[in-house]
Design a protein. Structure first.
Lengths: 313, 272
């Protein structure tokens, strides 16, 4: 692979775009695109691919970065979030990476973005036709915790033998009296393949059902790509007497007052003070701009957040 | 997956019932080493077959071949499943064979660690076969788990403990409950009572005999313990060097052994 000393060349004409546009070489991107097409053709099926060494360690989102590199073009508008926030270290670094190697415009606005890369969240604002969500997946195999043999889990997927996954839910109920699993909650895709939706909270699981956007999942270390095409049925597993439920909060967002978003608890001091704020930073900022205010509106945390965001732009 | 399947009733006369299992000319070679050689037998529903013999006589090879874990070199194994009738298990497609194994069979390993998932609780281990058969009601499965745990005489308060926190004998009882909860037609047991103390062993053997009678359950028990063979088995097969050297009703084989090896085996049992 040729190492290109490529400073960002804004507005480069397509004809003189350099060989390693978006970091990966053309053959690698082609291989990944083939895997993506296969993944879209068999919703929920884990397609093996030749994962490459990336300039970040495994576990920092190499699967998602390779997916984005394979699908991104200069006309795309790129958004990257980490734990729902646009301004965290990992999100800022990955966004800068693609701004540099792919000459793309970046944004924090969910509706403007054409590609949204994420690990832990699906944005609160509903996704639209034409958008692509890219997920960084640490462990693509939902059955792995119960069945360590890859040969066996492959056979289970091939023959749709998914009784074993219910053992984990059974364990949850017997230990906690309810299905206490919160992140990476297993789902059935189009009633055929069992899929792990990366560590998104189960709060976001219903957003995947009949979603108009393309959902792509990449696991760099485990070398697997899978996908949920637009308008696909996605069902979260449950028992007849313990139906699937998402998390809910008694509080509203302390800054914007939202009662319909996923909230993070922030500890403010060592005297027990805490606040709940939207995990989706753009959703929260947008609401505050529109004049919504929560019980702690104007808190110092809100200012720090906007300052960093302003610096970035 | 949850439809009710017919099960033969014990009122049917033995002669009229199709064989549950028919093994014909079964031979297994490991390279040029023979595991078991030219073995043929039939089993009827509700029958308990004991396979006895010394270490290395081919008992476990035979059990693994019959239970679908190890393809034989030559010969056929036909099993009368609820879904497919009497068919050679190695002629079934892999998903069909796996489903038949889940629905109709149980396998009790000598070491409970081989037959249990050590990372999930005892209760979940017992309930897993029900979930594999498509049951999705937690309350019902929990109740069935509790029933079975009490049938194998385990403390119900410990249902959610991990298997590693149980003694070896308790682990074995969990394993037995796990392999009987889904009403199998045939249960394979490889030295099932090896790790249990004598009183528990007697109670379990008693329980197993009762179940065989009630459920029309058949069992193949591999053991070197002549007492277990005497208590459990209707029929015995004595193996040596990969061959079946003697076969017959259990009492007959044990009281009046014909083959010199069987005579040696029976006379080697320690008396108290």
């Amino acid at each position: 692979m040729t190492v290109t000393e490529a400073p960002a060349r804004p507005n480069a004409a397509p004809e003189d775009r350099y060989y390693t546009y978006a970091y990966l070489d053309e053959q690698t991107k082609r291989m990944i695109r083939r895997a993506i097409l296969k993944a879209l053709a068999i919703p929920g099926y884990q397609v093996p691919f030749g994962s490459r060494e990336m300039p970040v360690p495994y576990g920092w989102g190499t699967g998602g970065i390779q997916l984005t590199a394979a699908i991104i073009g200069p006309e795309d508008v790129y958004k990257c979030i980490d734990q729902g926030a646009d301004d965290t270290t990992n999100a800022v670094s990955i966004r800068r990476f693609f701004a540099t190697v792919a000459d793309v415009a970046t944004t924090e606005d969910t509706s403007e973005a054409t590609i949204i890369q994420s690990r832990h969240r699906i944005p609160e604002q509903p996704l639209a036709d034409g958008q692509i969500m890219v997920f960084q997946v640490p462990q693509p195999e939902p059955l792995r915790g119960l069945e360590p043999r890859e040969t066996e889990t492959r056979a289970m997927h091939a023959y749709a033998e998914y009784g074993l996954q219910y053992v984990s839910l059974y364990e949850n109920i017997s230990a906690y009296g309810r299905i206490a699993a919160t992140a990476g909650y297993p789902v059935m895709i189009d009633e055929r393949y069992l899929m792990s939706p990366s560590p998104i909270p189960k709060f976001d699981n219903p957003k995947m059902h009949m979603n108009p956007a393309i959902l792509l999942f990449g696991a760099g270390r485990e070398k697997r790509i899978y996908a949920v095409p637009p308008f696909t049925r996605v069902r979260s597993l449950d028992f007849e007497d313990y139906p699937f439920e998402t998390q809910s909060w008694d509080e509203v967002c302390a800054l914007c007052g939202a009662n319909d978003s996923y909230l993070d608890e922030v500890v403010l001091d060592d005297k027990g003070q805490h606040m709940f704020v939207c995990s989706d930073s753009h959703y929260c900022a947008d609401r505050r701009e529109k004049g919504h205010a929560g019980p702690m509106a104007g808190h110092a945390l809100a200012h720090i957040e906007t300052e960093i965001a302003a610096e970035e732009v | 997956m949850t439809e009710v399947l017919d099960r033969p009733t014990s009122s049917q006369s033995v002669g009229a019932v199709e064989p549950l299992l028919r093994v014909s000319n079964l031979t297994k070679y490991y390279g040029h080493v023979a595991g078991c050689l030219d073995i043929s037998f039939e089993m009827r529903p509700g029958e308990v077959l004991g396979i006895v013999g010394e270490s290395g006589s081919g008992k476990t090879t035979l059990l693994n071949c019959i239970s679908g874990k190890l393809a034989p070199t030559t010969g056929s194994i036909a099993f009368n499943s609820r879904r497919h009738g009497l068919v050679d298990i190695y002629d079934l497609s892999e998903p069909d064979r796996r489903r038949m194994q889940r629905e109709d069979w149980g396998f009790v390993h000598q070491n409970p660690r081989d037959g249990l998932r050590m990372r999930v609780s005892g209760g979940a281990n017992v309930a897993e076969p029900l979930m594999n058969l498509g049951r999705r009601h937690y309350g019902d499965m929990r109740q069935a788990t509790m029933d079975w745990l009490s049938r194998v005489e385990l403390d119900l308060g410990r249902v959610d403990d991990k298997p590693r926190n149980f003694s070896g004998g308790m682990q074995q009882r969990i394993q037995i409950a796990r392999n009987l909860i889904h009403n199998p037609r045939l249960v394979f047991m490889d030295e099932p009572t090896g790790g249990l103390d004598v009183s528990v062993q007697a109670r379990l053997l008693d329980l197993l005999r009762e179940l065989v009678r009630d459920l029309g359950l058949a069992a193949i028990i591999v053991t070197h313990d002549m007492a277990v063979a005497r208590l459990m088995a209707d029929r015995l097969m004595v193996m040596k060097g990969g061959h079946v050297v003697e076969t017959g009703l259990a009492d007959q084989v044990l009281d009046d052994p014909q083959h010199p090896y069987t005579q040696l085996l029976v006379s080697s049992v320690l008396q108290i």
